[in-house]
Ligand binder design. Sequence first.
Ligand SMILES: CC(=O)N[C@H]1[C@@H](OP(=O)(O)OP(=O)(O)OC[C@H]2O[C@@H](n3ccc(=O)[nH]c3=O)[C@H](O)[C@@H]2O)O[C@H](CO)[C@@H](O)[C@@H]1O
Ligand SMILES: C=C(OP(=O)(O)O)C(=O)O
Length: 438
Amino acid sequence: MEEIIVHGGQRLTGNVHIEGAKNAVLPILAAGLLASSGQTRLTNVPILSDVFTMNNVLRFLNCKVDFDEINKQITIDASDQLSYEAPFQYVSKMRASIVVMGPLLARLGHAKVAMPGGCAIGTRPIDLHLKGLSALGATIERHDGYVEASASKLHGAQIYLDFPSVGATQNIMMAATLAEGETVMENVAREPEIVDLANILNQMGARITGAGTETLRIEGVPSMHGCDHSVVQDRIEAGTFMVAAAVTRGNVLIEDAIAEHNKPLISKMREMGVQVIEEDAGIRVIGPDQLKPTSVKTLPHPGFPTDMQPQMTILQLCAQGTSLLTETVFENRFMHLEELRRMNADFKIDGRSVIMYGPTDFCGAQVAATDLRAAAALVIAGLVARGYTEVTNLKYLDRGYFNFHRKLAKLGAHIKRVKAPDETVLPTHGTYTNEAVE
Ligand SMILES: CC(=O)N[C@H]1[C@@H](OP(=O)(O)OP(=O)(O)OC[C@H]2O[C@@H](n3ccc(=O)[nH]c3=O)[C@H](O)[C@@H]2O)O[C@H](CO)[C@@H](O)[C@@H]1O
Ligand SMILES: C=C(OP(=O)(O)O)C(=O)O
C-alpha cells in the first residue's frame, strides 16, 4: 500500500505535460477488436492501471497486445480467431470493459460479458447499451451474472438514447460499424472522446458521420482493418491541473491542453476570478488572491463534466462566500466531501446539491480516496491545507493519473508518494523535499 503525503502552502509554477485521455483510450483499445486484418498502432497512450486492465481483457479475448511503455505506444493485432467472453475477474476491476461488447458482437456475432456492478459514484446500469444492441438485431440474455448478446447478422436501425450515455454511444456505435445498412443514433453523447473514437473507427474503414453532434450516422461496412492513431489529450487531467494551479494562486502552463474541450471549466474559473489564458503552447492558469463563489451544475458534454466535479468543489470551498454545486449525472458523487469535512470544509448536502460555505481554512488530515476524481480532489485540498495531508487508497488515483505526485512536485508542491507503513508517523516540523519517491 502506498500513500501520498502533501505539505500544503506552495504556489504551483511552471509547465506540466498532459497525457492521452483514459476515457478515449479505453474504448479505442476495444475498437482494436474490430480489425480483422492489420495492426492497430496507438500513440500518446497514458500509462494507467485501467489501460493495463483493458490490455489484459483484449489478451484474454485472444488479441496480441504489445505495450511499449517507454514510447507510450500500444500495438494490437486482432486478426486471429477471437474468443467472445470477458469474465468477471476483468469486468469487476474496471466497468469500462463493458465496451468490448459492441465490437465482439459486430465481429463474432456473439459476446458474453460479465455484468458490471455499480461503483462508488453510482449504480451505473447498462440498459441503454443493451436496448441499442437489441435494436441492431441482437438477442440479449442475462444469466449467472453475465449478459450474452448474439445475432446471426446485425442490421442498421434508428436508435434514440433516453440519455446521452458515453458508454452506450460507444458500444452501439462500434456494433453498428459492421452491421448491414445504416444506423442513425440520436441524442448521443458528444464528448471529445466520442469524436476520437469515431475518428479512429473511420481510419479503420468504418463510415461514421456526425461525431460531436447529437446525431450519429453509421453506414455499415463488411470489414475493418488496423491503422495508426494518436490518442486525444486528457481534458480531465488538464482540468485537474488547472484547478490545482488556480487554488494555489499559482501560474502554470498546461501544455498542449485543448481549450475547446474544457470550455465549461474555463468559463467557471474565469467567473471565479481566475486568469485563464489560451496560449499557442497550451492553457495558462493564474490563480487570484481571492476566489469568488459560483454555482456549477454537472451535465453531459458540452456541459460541465462530472469528472471535474470533485476537483471543482475544492476551488469552490476556497472561494470567499457560499457556492453551490449540483451533480446531475451520477447519484452518489459527493463521497469526497465527507473526507474534506475532516480537513475543515463546511458544507451541507441536500439531495443532488451541495452548498459550500467558503473560504475554507483547510487543515491537513489523514483522508482516504473513495474513487478516482475524489483522490485527485483530496490531493489538491492537501496543496492548500495547513500542515500535512495523507491521502490513502491510491489504487483509484492510478486508474486515471500518471505520475500525479511527480508532476505536482515539478510544479513546486511539497509532495511525496511513499510506501505506507501500517502506522505512518507524520513529521511535526520541516518540509518534504520536492523529490518524489515511490
Ligand atoms: C471510461 C469512461 O469513459 N468513463 C466515463 C463515462 O462513463 P459511462 O460511459 O459509464 O457514463 P454514462 O455516460 O454511460 O453514464 C451517465 C449516466 O447515465 C446512466 N446510464 C448509463 C448507461 C445506461 O445504460 N443506463 C444509464 O442509466 C449512468 O448510470 C449515469 O448516471 O462517462 C461518464 C459521464 O461523463 C464519465 O464520468 C466517465 O468517466
Ligand atoms: C468515473 C470515471 O471513470 P470510469 O467510468 O472509468 O469509472 C472517471 O474517469 O472519473
